[in-house]
Write a protein that binds this ligand. Sequence first.
Ligand code: C5P
Length: 251
Amino acid sequence: MNPTTPLTLSINDRLIVALDLPTVAENLALVQGLLPHGLTHVKVGMSLFYEAGPSIIKHLKTLGLAVFVDLKLHDIPNTVARTVEVLIRNGATLLNVHAQGGFEMMQQAQAKSLAMAEELGNPPASIIAVTLLTSFTAEALKTDLQQTQLSPQQYVEHLAKRTQEAGLAGVVCSAQEAGLIEKACGADFLKITPGIRLADDTERQDDQARVLTPVSALRQGATHLVVGRPIYGSASPAEAFERVLAEMKTA
Ligand code: C5P
């Protein structure tokens, strides 16, 4: 993934399939089923990573896939930087940290990505930040984080700007926030958005607070879509994958 030109990427490279099935074998079967249909990017979240271990990243890479490692790192700067090194050595092309871990932590993560690129002779892995978890309500922002001055949107915008100042490639955000972030941080700043549902299936929310179709998400400024259940939960994942791509092409 090239962090400087996300919008010149092909549509396939802007669709990231979340590998959230219960077992390693089921996730690998899903990948095998989608590869002939043009799968290029997958997301390994906490459950698959902790079940399979870091070797799953290398394995997916040998299949020709770019791997987004979604572990939402949040620790002191030195620990996060060391973890970034381990994940990049294992083949991560995109990974994320919590912006609430602080500016210094984000800067050190980014510096480590650049140092690893030099050492390995690869393009740098893109590091993105989670701003405010989409499960956070305005009330929780006030009571849990004692953030009484800013609304959730203003808080997200603030953290996105800090993320950019720290040199990171972008943020994970809801598609509803993508326009706001594009205005604050520009079109080339990555806006990677989950909560996507196919046009005829938007009543299927699962645990997502708000859902958008692929077309609306891209029109609102999302640079990449993360799609899980609408693909792996479908009777025909390959068909659903192709439908998401086809919808994206009409944006
Ligand atoms: O199944 P679904 O399409 O809702 O999956 C969305 C994926 O994006 C899941 O892997 C989920 O963990 C991830 N995600 C999210 N909301 C965030 C950050 C990540 O749904 N704010």
